[in-house]
Design a protein around this ligand. Structure first.
Ligand SMILES: Nc1ncnc2c1ncn2[C@@H]1O[C@H](COP(=O)(O)OP(=O)(O)OP(=O)(O)O)[C@@H](O)[C@H]1O
Length: 257
């Protein structure tokens, strides 16, 4: 597998908590990989290590062939955080053009990014006057303006209506088809179904790394929501020693029970 992200034995502590506890996984190049897990399970923390802004206690994270955080990666990664990272006192267009200029790109690149996120009609509006969903899309425009090789998106579709979500996903799929790698966190199972691969995190540990079809097969459910619940319950039962009715392939020892 040609990997874009290789994580090995990653341990991250935040405050007194061990948030990621020896996590290992790989993200194939040119894929859309979904990062899923309950709130507080460590998704944002993993994304922060990938983009190189998180202190790491142990383990290695290799991104596009070099250690995460290497200066050479700055122009190759686009990162969308949960908090909008655009200037409120600039218009959408001005923000996109400013970020484009940081990459020595012209107005065309900026205007194309604004169009991609469906904000052309609001391009002349101050970010301060936008709705929450529009603000998040303005941030996304700035994250994709340089057409990065790796796009790391922390819940990009929160607050977006179904039509926009559909369009954004179509765009992510097009970027991957053009060779970009997309790592995207989400709580929405309909979106998880649109990923090539899924990483499911629970309390800082990886409990699934597979295609959506593979996750469903292993958990014995055609419904991804239910499949994740099965995997989580199976794991919890395994840890407490409770004998639960494990779905095929999901026993505490990793085998069918
Ligand atoms: N700055 C911080 N200091 C201490 N602990 C933190 C800090 N930021 C996050 N945490 C803790 O780290 C854990 C993982 O947080 P993280 O934001 O990675 O979770 P998440 O899976 O992205 O959650 P969500 O889906 O709610 O965004 C949580 O228990 C959180 O309380």
């Amino acid at each position: 597998m040609d990997t874009a992200i290789e994580v090995s034995g990653l341990v991250v502590r935040r405050g007194r908590r061990t948030v990621l506890d020896g996590l290992s996984c790989a993200v194939p190049r040119g894929s859309v990989t979904g990062l899923l897990g309950p709130s507080g399970s460590g998704k944002t923390t993993l994304m922060r290590t990938v983009v190189g802004v998180q202190l790491v206690a142990a383990g290695t994270v290799t991104v596009l062939g070099v250690p995460a955080g290497s200066p050479a990666l700055r122009s190759r990664i686009g990162y969308l955080t949960q908090a909008p990272s655009v200037y409120a006192d600039l218009t959408v267009r001005e923000n996109a053009r400013y970020f484009a200029s940081l990459y020595r790109l012209g107005r065309d690149a900026a205007d194309h990014a604004v169009e991609t996120v469906g904000l052309t009609g609001a391009a002349g509006q101050l970010v301060a006057d936008l709705s929450g969903g529009q603000r998040s899309r303005a941030s996304l425009a700035c994250a994709i303006v340089s057409r990065p090789e790796l796009l790391v998106l922390d819940e990009p579709t929160v607050g977006q209506d179904p039509v926009l979500r559909d369009e954004l996903w179509a765009h992510l799929r097009r970027m991957a088809a053009d060779g970009a790698t997309v790592l995207v966190s989400s709580h929405v199972m309909d979106e998880a179904n649109r990923c090539d691969r899924l990483l499911l995190i629970r309390e800082g540990a990886l409990i699934a790394d597979d295609t959506p079809a593979g996750v469903k097969r292993a958990a014995g459910s055609d419904d991804l929501d239910q499949a994740f619940l099965n995997l989580i319950r199976s794991r919890d039962a395994g840890r407490t020693g409770v004998r639960a009715a494990h779905p095929a392939g999901c026993g505490p020892d990793g085998g069918a029970s």
